[in-house]
Design a protein around this ligand. Structure first.
Ligand code: COI
Length: 359
């Protein structure tokens, strides 16, 4: 495996760095170090741990014109014994390479991806928060840096990992969801399952509408029948229907969320019935009206689990969930947070310990 070259200036920077703020927010502060690796001549070149800072890009770098870009979001936790653990990073490594294949980008070998993530964590160990619900959020990403206007896959790429000590994504209030009936996020055969910037860019126009209408998150429906719930862009969707934990089955238009999978695993372990299937917006609305759909929640790495207060439709109708605070969702959230924070036993392989370095 290639080693990461540790630059002494990076170590000096991180040694001196402190954050004097109890409100970390999400992505507000960055660790003062970053991983950087260049891909050219058909292979990954050196991996470096450098001081965090701006990168130089030629104005004709392909990423700036054609959006050849992918990223991941993953979390790192401090346990009561002060050990540091990455949460299911192998799943992020696999999904990163799945995204890379779809976007005609080179894969980052899983061991190198994990090593790069572990090194930035090991050197950012003093920045991993102690408060429950907080974590060090890692953002590995790759961009096409080849210079040229021709539309063809690039042959030069930059892989980077940055890290942000973060608190919660949402304010804590239950989320108001807007049902998007017109725009679509992606289509079958497209890039919906890939974690690439274009999927998020496609959501922003509708996000602006969602906020204007007093809601917090946009719900995307399938692009063919405009009927089946897919996801929320930054999160997956769950509903409790007839006491069952129901979530849309994965397709190539839905991101395969690590938190989604973890919630399903925890629900099964807690002996809750789980269904992964097509879930129509009509079924959810009718369920809310006749109270068979009692709660709904959103989940994602950044968001963890957030209860849904209500759904708003295009005609202005608002459907309020009977249990807007989400008893079952919160039960699953508590369990997940306890596992991540080392306060409950983790299923085999869920926690990847970060080596403790003296520096
Ligand atoms: C994550 O949850 O890690 C994401 O990438 C989604 C984004 C809304 C922060």
């Amino acid at each position: 495996m290639k080693k990461v070259e540790i630059h002494p200036e990076a170590v000096e920077r991180v040694k001196k760095f402190t954050i004097n703020d109890t409100q970390l927010g999400f992505g507000k502060y960055m660790s003062p170090i970053m991983i950087q690796a260049l891909y050219e001549d058909g292979q990954w070149q050196r991996f470096d741990l450098l001081p965090y800072g701006p990168i130089q890009l030629d104005p004709c770098s392909k990423v700036l014109h054609y959006g050849q870009e992918i990223f991941e979001g993953m979390k790192v936790f401090r346990h009561p014994d002060e050990s540091i653990h990455m949460f299911r990073p192998e799943m992020n490594a696999r999904r990163f390479n799945q995204s890379a294949r779809r976007m005609a980008m080179p894969e980052v070998p899983e061991d190198l991806f994990l090593e790069a993530c572990e090194v930035i964590c090991a050197y950012s160990k003093n920045l991993v928060p102690r408060r429950l619900g907080e974590s060090l959020y890692l953002r590995p990403f790759m961009i096409a840096t080849e210079v040229g206007m021709g539309i063809k896959p690039a042959n030069q790429f930059l892989f980077m990992v940055v890290a942000s000590p973060s608190g919660s994504y949402f304010s804590g209030d239950a989320v108001k969801v807007y049902i998007e009936r017109d725009d679509i996020r992606c289509a079958p055969g497209g890039i919906g399952f890939a974690k690439t910037g274009g999927n998020y860019a496609a959501s922003l126009n509708s996000y602006a509408k969602t906020i204007k209408l007093g809601c917090d998150q946009t719900m995307w429906l399938d692009s063919v029948e405009h009927q089946y719930i897919e996801e929320m862009s930054g999160m997956n969707f769950f509903a409790i229907i007839d006491g069952k934990v129901v979530t849309p089955a994965l397709t190539d238009t839905i991101l395969d969320g690590v938190t989604r999978r973890s919630i399903i695993d925890i629900a099964i372990a807690e002996k809750l019935p789980v269904e992964q299937r097509r879930l129509s917006i009509d079924e959810v609305i009718k369920g809310i009206q006749n109270e068979t759909c009692t709660e709904a929640f959103l989940c994602g790495t950044a968001a963890v689990v957030a209860p849904v207060a209500s759904l708003m439709d295009k005609d202005g109708s608002v459907y309020k969930l009977k249990d807007g605070q989400g008893k079952i969702g919160m039960q699953l959230r508590e369990k997940l947070i306890a596992i991540q924070a080392g306060r409950a036993e983790a299923p085999e392989g869920w926690l990847h310990p970060v080596r403790n370095l003296d520096f």
